[in-house]
Design a protein around this ligand. Structure first.
Ligand code: HAM
Length: 420
């Protein structure tokens, strides 16, 4: 039997209402903050991600689904959205039409990571990118959008962690200071961290290995070596969060796994989902548009993993949805009347009413059972003595009330179903 590929998951009809609820919460929140939806292709030229995210990152060096297509082009299934959104922004000169572009998305992503709870190879993100302003208020807005969405989903066990990576000049200076410090402990670092020493030294802060963590405990911190402009920017972000009543903590070791960040970085972590606890991550990226061939346009954004958020919601039982219902089930008493039931169903559906009927030649009893299983609010009985007298019977399943209608009087039935 052919099974779904490791790390991918079917989202079955039973789970769809949760997904829709989350997606609707995302769409309504983004709309209130005036973000417009953007959809970009599932695959892009590989070089977009290599340049955008950074060759030395785990995503680019280990996790991308990359292949050569039949025309010899190296393409990659998108591991994240920011690079694709920036590519589209440049390609369509969106800044010519609007000086600040506030965009959001909901889309599948692909990373060949080791699957575990909350970590998949095809997963889904929602996120936002604001392109065109360096205002620290926007950094805060991005964090608030994510936080508000989680709150609306009923989540409680949340920590907002923020940090600043400053500008490249102060970061480069700091990297030398860190290099000097780590030089002394080089031989005590794990092999992975020794590799990062040359390729991506900040990421040593992310190591989960005890021997690395012990060394990093006393490492000099970037936040202590930021330039004045970066510190002022960071201060304004903090003030904006405080005035929006978003609780946060400063995590000077939060470095993030993508190379494009400048200034603010953040993650919102849940205490309800085990080791894959980052519900979202993001930050400012003032050099990415230029890096990808566009103008000098600053940006800031975030992305959140839907599977992880839903896992947190499930573990916290943070929301419950009412049972799905249909408006009407048509029970056909005589087989010869199947045609009447069919045309009635079509007509009522065209009037916006959710209707189901029997396709399996079931007995009347089995049709009634089906109506109950589908939580039908009303049942229409087609056939029997009533039908011979041009009548059909509508039964209200909530209170048992039965009303007879002339079978030609569909408009009355439609009004009643719509009113109730
Ligand atoms: P990221 O931290 O790589 O950032 O991913 C954002 C979120 O996607 C994570 O916090 C997590 O919830 C979810 N996620 C990542 N990998 C997986 C996976 N394998 N399985 C399930 N969920 C996952 C970015 O993607 C950046 N583009 C965020 C951003 C936007 N920065 C600025 N703008």
């Amino acid at each position: 039997m052919i099974k779904a590929i490791t790390g991918t998951k079917d989202i079955l009809p039973i789970d769809i209402p949760k997904w829709r609820y989350l997606e609707n919460t995302v769409i309504s929140t983004m709309t209130r903050f005036n973000y417009k939806e953007i959809r970009t292709p599932v695959f892009e030229e590989t070089s977009l991600f290599a340049r955008g995210i950074g060759e030395a990152t785990d995503i680019v060096s280990k996790e991308m689904y990359t292949f050569i297509d039949r025309s010899g082009t190296s393409v990659t299934l998108k591991p994240e959205m920011t690079a694709g959104v920036v590519r589209a922004f440049i390609e369509h000169s969106l800044d010519k039409k609007q000086s600040l572009n506030k965009l959001f998305y909901i889309s599948p992503m692909f990373r060949q990571e080791r699957p575990q709870a909350g970590r998949y190879r095809q997963f889904h993100q929602f996120g936002a990118e604001a392109l065109g302003s360096n205002d620290p208020i926007l950094d805060a807005e991005i964090i608030i959008i994510a936080y508000d969405i989680f709150k609306q989903l009923g989540l409680k066990n949340l920590s907002v962690k923020i940090n600043s990576l400053g500008v490249p000049e102060s970061r480069e200076k700091y990297k030398n200071i860190l290099r000097e410090y780590l030089d002394k402990y080089f031989n005590d670092l794990t092999a992975e961290s020794r590799k990062r020493f040359d390729t991506n030294i900040l990421r040593i802060f992310d190591s989960k290995e005890g021997q690395d963590q012990k060394i990093m405990e006393n490492a000099p911190l970037l936040i202590e070596h930021l330039d004045t402009e970066s510190l002022e920017h960071f201060e304004k972000v903090k003030q904006a969060l405080l005035s929006a009543h978003v609780p946060f903590e400063i995590d000077p070791k939060l470095v993030r796994g993508l190379d494009y960040y400048t200034h603010t970085t953040f993650e919102i972590v849940s205490g309800s989902v085990g080791s894959q606890s980052a519900l979202c991550g993001g930050g400012r990226y003032n050099l990415l548009v230029k890096e990808l061939g566009g103008g000098d346009v600053p940006g800031v954004g975030f992305a959140s993993g839907i599977e992880r958020v839903l896992l947190a919601c499930e573990n916290e039982k943070s929301f419950s949805l009412s049972e799905e219902k249909i408006d009407l089930y048509i029970v056909t008493l005589d087989k010869e009347l199947n045609g009447f039931s069919y045309t009635t169903a079509i007509e009522l559906r065209r009037h916006g009413i959710t209707v189901e009927l029997d396709y399996l030649s079931r007995s009347v009893k089995a049709q009634m059972r089906e109506a109950n299983k589908l939580n039908a609010r009303f049942v229409l009985m087609v056939g029997g003595e009533e039908f011979k007298q041009n009548q059909i019977l509508l039964k209200n399943m909530a209170n048992g009330e039965q009303i007879n209608f002339e079978k030609s009087d569909m408009n009355k039935i439609i009004s009643l179903l719509k009113e109730n």
